[in-house]
Design a protein around this ligand. Structure first.
Ligand SMILES: *Cc1c(COP(=O)(O)O)cnc(C)c1O
Length: 227
């Protein structure tokens, strides 16, 4: 049987190979997407050395975060769509939120983030392929949303996230990733703390890295297929 450690090792190898070929010269982080997967598998990944995990479903995630409450250095990223009535537990339990796509959610997360905790690290989700089935703001919404977030004491703007359309057309995908990279470079010029462009999943890691990703979100390749 292939273990989580072996799968993680090959995911990091795949990432290193992609990064070597990339015209962009900076480290790319790997977020292990553990949604729907049990705590034992997260523990196995942690034992291998993985520290950052992505979750999409609030209640399931909170149960896991509680389970690992005494585990040092573990970092939780919320990557799913945010309903405004579910923003409080996200604000209270996560370190990062990658899926902020509207002002209302940013304001709520800021108000609900406990003052005893460090600011939430925030990415703006962009629907770069204008896919009606996906959340995310349009590129022209980035600037006003970034301005609002940068004025929120309990939020720390770190960059952008996107989920692109699943397509076999690699050139089209690369084009979307490059458009995201251009939005990211524009944002970074204005906000010095911006350092994260989250894009690329199990199916499109290489193209995303070639397009300038600084964080890939890998689920299936590490933890296996989801039900
Ligand atoms: C589920 C999910 C992933 C992981 O996708 P895989 O194809 O399993 O690697 C990445 N990003 C987001 C936002 C997700 O919801």
């Amino acid at each position: 049987m292939v273990t989580i450690a072996e799968r993680l090792r090959s995911a990091y190898q795949r990432l290193a190979t992609a990064a070597e070929k990339s015209p962009h010269n900076f480290p790319v982080r790997l977020l292990a997407v553990s949604k729907t997967k049990p705590a034992e598998l997260i523990q196995a990944a942690y034992d291998f050395g993985q520290r950052s995990f992505g979750e999409s479903y609030v209640q399931e995630a909170i149960d896991k975060i509680r389970h690992f409450a005494n585990t040092p250095d573990i970092e939780w990223h919320f990557i799913g769509p945010i309903q405004s009535n579910k923003s409080r537990p996200i604000a209270e339990h996560f370190h990062w939120v990658q899926s902020v796509d509207r002002e209302k959610i940013a304001k709520r997360l800021n108000e609900q983030r406990p003052a005893s905790l460090p600011p939430l690290q925030v990415l703006i989700q962009v629907n770069i392929s204008a896919d009606p089935a996906k959340s995310g703001c349009m590129p022209e919404d980035i600037a006003p949303l970034a301005k609002l977030i940068s004025n929120c004491a309990q939020l720390n703007l770190r960059g952008l996230m996107t989920i692109t359309e699943q397509t076999d057309d690699e050139a089209k995908q690369l084009y979307y990733f490059q458009q995201m990279r251009a939005c990211f470079d524009t944002l970074r010029a204005q906000y010095p703390e911006v350092d994260t462009l989250s894009m690329g999943m199990s199916g499109d890691l290489e193209t995303a890295v070639a397009g300038g990703s600084t964080m890939v979100r890998i689920g299936t390749d590490i933890f296996g297929q989801r039900q």
